[in-house]
Ligand binder design. Sequence first.
Ligand code: F6R
Length: 359
Amino acid sequence: DKAGHKHFMAKEIAEQPALLADLIANYIGADNTITLPGDLNFADYDRVLMVACGTGYYACKTAKNWFETVAGMPVEVDVASEYRYREPPVGDRTLALYLSQSGETADTLAALRYTAGKAATIAAIVNVPESSIAREADVVLPIRAGVEVSVASTKAFTNQLAILLMMAAKAAQDRGKILAEGLIDGLRALPGILNVVLDAPDNVQSISRGLAEARDVLFLGRGAVYPIALEGALKLKEISYIHAEGYAAGELKHGPIALVDKHVPVIVLAPRDRLFDKTVSNMQEVLARGGKVVLISDEAGINEFGADAWRTLTLPRVHPTLAPILYTIPVQLLAYHTAVAKGTDVDQPRNLAKSVTVE
Ligand code: F6R
């Protein structure tokens, strides 16, 4: 049942605020204490290992930044297909986290089995609590996103991000670190903000019609939103079949700028945070080569530099730590509307399966 939407993907994008609110209410009490299943206490670990595939891997990359900056914990992140064959050393004070929407991804399950008996604790972050990955973990953290039908993952990703952020905040509390002011309250307010972004009549559709003409699209981001640039590129290539790459903005001049000309849209994710000026200077390098910049920022950022861009998208201002969750919404919408403009099979893109149970 698409609940009045044209595609499951559109329905699942629209469900995100309510699902996020439910997830937060499930794990954070009225007094802001975070309670995780299995009584996970991060004082018991000295590092975190996170392994996943695809979109889940980008959620882990986002979380690496959070665990490092919010909780001061070292984090290793890898794609399961690489991790499983590398035979990496695993410390006995490592919390090993396996993240999978389906809970059935073959490579992720194999990586989990490799660390069983080596890591202190094996935790699974899954959408399907009865799945293989959940069954083989010591602790299961359900993301409570409901059944995801669209092959391209959307609502599972935002709830994966939210649970990982709550874990990082819990890790900070467990390790006696002071949480940045306004972070938990900001997280609670986030579903309302996502609702506003989803409802706002904006220019996503006209930008998407422009993207639909492109052969290549670049996504740039720095810091907290760099993994969202990767996710934006993955979503666009999956459902619109347009070649898209996500890059750390600072890597642009180390190669990808050679691709830029007036035919290449470059989507720049740049909340007005402490790295904004750096990202803007990368954007200017793109403009100098005639690239078509789509600047996604907040009002302050758009007021300052929006005039130079081909198109802009203005998002509300949120706590900088929360920006990855917010900036996910426009990249999902751009991918969706570009695919609709191209007339592809949005929910069942060619060559892709929802659950990858073979390696
Ligand atoms: C992207 C997508 C895939 C999955 C990947 C892992 O939209 O859906 O990249 O994220 O196949 O799947 P799970 O999370 O089920 O292990």
